[in-house]
Design a binder for this molecule. Structure first.
Ligand code: FMN
Length: 344
């Protein structure tokens, strides 16, 4: 294997790949533990993870906490020596409760994006957990570094730098997506962390697809990469087979940007659902109260319902998030096969 391990303080991943958290339900315990077993880092997405619980519609808060704890336990049981983390979006209403639940299950890593996790160090005080923000600019990295250092005397254990080719929600305005480059932002963030007296690994994310892509980012100074889209087309990915097949059937021109109720652009595969929401507002029947910024009266659609339909395989009714390279996927492989291909 030509890649160096990823060292995050006293934790070492043999393979310097973090499997990106994918909500809703796309990266659950099956994918995360399969990835962790191969020596990379497996990440469970906490976003509305309780969607399969019986009481999800009536009591989403508790359903999510229960399911998150259960998914972490199962992932750790399946991969006792592996590294398991969770992705919790700052934009979620129950952010703090999800952090607490993950800590109770001794999660190894917490990664947080879709906003800056300003108070995360306070929430994890006294726990042996690695914490990382997802940033899309040097400015965002600087804000977190300065704030965490000053307020909590703590620095991130690593930083995920997510560029404009990523899947799901993007940390860019619509018109910035075409003009920004991950390479440039990674180099910029690497410059910024030189100002701090701690080794902070920088992880590049967004549009990384091949082993050559990984090497390219390692060569410019990243310690590893975060990849999500490629892990969708694995046997172990927790999404329904129809969700995976949507990738096999997609073409480059099907991959588009849509507005999300999170308040950020999102990248998705064009389908009936997107055509519908581009024409009409779809007022949600119930509200899960999941996002801080979403108002059910004015939202163009319910992002939870849309992502849940997709992961369950009702793909014409759902929102299928993808990275910009999703159309390149042409077969479903095992995680073992994928990691092998990525590390040659
Ligand atoms: C289906 C899907 C769902 C995602 N969900 C989340 C999420 O819940 N939280 C988050 O921070 N990032 C999310 N992402 C972003 C990924 O974690 C990852 O950083 C990004 O997609 C990397 O780019 P790549 O997919 O081109 O490898 C999602 C991406 C995809 C494709």
């Amino acid at each position: 294997m030509g890649l160096n391990p990823l060292k995050i303080g006293d934790v070492t991943a043999k393979v310097p790949i973090i499997q990106g958290g994918m909500g809703i339900g796309v990266s659950g315990y099956k994918l995360a533990s399969a990835v962790a077993k191969e020596g990379a880092v497996g990440i469970i997405s906490a976003a509305q993870i309780g969607y399969r619980e019986d009481d999800f519609k009536t009591n989403p808060k508790e359903a999510n906490i229960r399911a998150l704890k259960s998914e972490i336990r199962k992932a750790k049981k399946d991969s006792p020596k592996g590294i398991i983390g969770i992705n919790i979006m700052v934009a979620m209403n129950n952010y703090e409760e999800l952090v607490k639940a993950a800590l109770e299950e001794n999660i190894d890593i917490i990664i947080s994006g879709a906003g800056l996790p300003m108070k995360l160090p306070k929430m994890i005080k006294g726990h042996n957990v690695k914490i990382a923000p997802i940033v899309s600019s040097r400015k965002a990295a600087l804000i977190i570094l300065k704030h965490w250092k000053k307020r909590y005397d703590r620095l991130p254990d690593f930083i995920v730098v997510e560029g404009p080719k990523a899947g799901g929600h993007l940390g860019f305005k619509m018109d910035e997506v075409a003009t920004h480059s991950l390479e440039y932002i990674v180099k910029d963030v690497l410059e910024e962390i030189k100002n701090y007296d701690k080794e902070i690994p920088v992880i590049a994310a967004g549009g990384i697809y091949t082993s050559d892509d990984i090497k390219k980012f390692i060569n410019i100074g990243a310690s590893g990469v975060q990849m999500a889209t490629r892990f969708i087309a694995t046997k172990e990915c927790d999404a329904d087979i129809n969700f995976k097949k949507a990738f096999l059937n997609s073409k480059e021109e099907d991959i588009i940007l849509v507005k999300s109720p999170v308040g950020l652009p999102g990248r998705a595969i064009k389908n009936n659902f997107i055509e519908t929401i581009q024409k009409n507002k779809v007022t949600p029947k119930i509200c899960y109260n999941c996002l801080r910024k979403c108002d059910p009266k004015t939202t163009p659609y319910c992002i939870s319902d849309a992502l849940i339909e997709a992961v369950k395989g009702n793909i014409d009714k759902g929102l299928i998030f993808t990275g910009s390279n999703g159309y390149k996927i042409d077969k479903i492989v095992t995680v073992k096969e994928l990691i092998k291909e990525l590390t040659i």
